[in-house]
Write a protein that binds this ligand. Structure first.
Ligand code: C2E
Ligand code: CA
Ligand code: CA
Ligand code: CA
Length: 279
């Protein structure tokens, strides 16, 4: 009986692995046509400061595939990276975002910060820095209003390559944000050595912050670390008034989440600004 049970488990395991593999292959194949077929686009989620003003936006990529429907970025970005498509998609993300945010800033007559996610693979590509500067030049957007979001997992890579590159990026006036802080490969010592402007507290900490005292302590400690290192601290995934109030008492500087706004298409972002700018 036991061995039959184990066999069944093995079969189920194999079956789901096979399914995963087929899905991966299908995504990889369809993704090759996504840019040419205009299936990739960007949405922008507002980031709000302590006084209630819009500080900036985070750009998030979306894929509406003709055959697969909506595929979330968590699913297709790893596939893009594994199949060598991330350089092209990464360039699309940066250039489309800068173009659209330049348009929004023109329409509103104001400037604001724009954050772009950069995956580890993307950051480690030899062309990355030049690509970033080219896209900035083409968009005529001021470098001072661009932020790149990197994750702690970057520290697994060659530190002697990463640290000077981050300094060079920051010297250009581009800000650096540490995304998903506390969920990855963490080294406080590393954090001290890097030129980081902003710490982003991951949504998983915010989710239980109202009822869970441990989560509260973690968040308070993350905010203290950020403050001690002269960084701005932003909480992501803020969904309720209670979460926002608690984060404010803890001294958090900025907020992002459904409580304020879901990620928006360019035109909806303009409308959001017009409604909330002077609040
Ligand atoms: P992330 O960088 O941690 O982005 C935050 C995710 O949380 C986004 O999901 C956002 O839509 C979602 N979110 C924001 N506020 C709330 C909230 O209040 N409640 C809930 N339930 N969710 C909220 P999304 O857009 O599906 O992105 C998932 C991940 O995919 C991102 O996590 C990021 O790691 C990656 N990603 C998205 N866009 C890009 C991109 O353009 N480039 C790269 N390299 N990665 C991207
Ligand atoms: Ca992010
Ligand atoms: Ca996150
Ligand atoms: Ca992330």
């Amino acid at each position: 009986y036991e061995s039959k049970k184990i066999q069944n488990h093995a079969l189920i395991f194999q079956g789901s692995m096979q399914e995963e593999y087929l899905k991966h292959v299908k995504i990889e194949h369809e993704l090759r046509k996504a840019i040419a077929h205009n299936e990739l686009f960007m949405v922008y989620q507002p980031q709000i400061d302590n006084a209630g003003y819009i500080h900036g936006v985070e750009a998030l990529v979306r894929w509406k595939s003709g055959t697969l429907g909506i595929v979330p970025p968590d699913q297709f970005i790893p596939v893009a990276e594994a199949s060598g498509q991330m350089v092209k998609i990464g360039y699309f993300i940066i250039s489309r975002t800068l173009k659209e945010m330049k348009e929004v800033q023109r329409a509103l007559g104001t400037t604001f910060q724009t954050s772009i996610n950069i995956s580890v693979r993307q950051f480690m590509e030899a062309e990355f820095f030049a690509q970033l500067l080219n896209a900035l030049r083409d968009s005529e957007m001021n470098q001072l209003s661009l932020t790149i979001e990197i994750t702690e997992n970057l520290f697994i890579e060659d530190i002697d390559y990463i640290v000077p590159l981050l300094h060079a990026i920051q010297k250009c006036g581009i800000q650096i944000s540490m995304d998903d802080f506390g969920t990855g490969y963490s080294s406080l010592n590393m954090l001290r050595r890097l030129p980081i402007d902003e710490l982003k507290i991951d949504k998983s900490f915010i989710d239980t912050i109202v009822e869970d005292e441990t989560a509260q302590k973690m968040v308070q400690n993350i905010i203290a670390i950020g403050k001690n290192l002269n960084m701005t601290v932003l909480a992501e995934g803020v969904e309720t008034k209670e979460q926002r109030a608690l984060l404010t008492t803890f001294g958090c500087d900025r907020f992002q989440g459904y409580y304020f706004s879901k990620p928006l298409l360019k035109d909806d972002l303009i409308a959001f600004f017009q409604k909330n700018q002077n609040k």
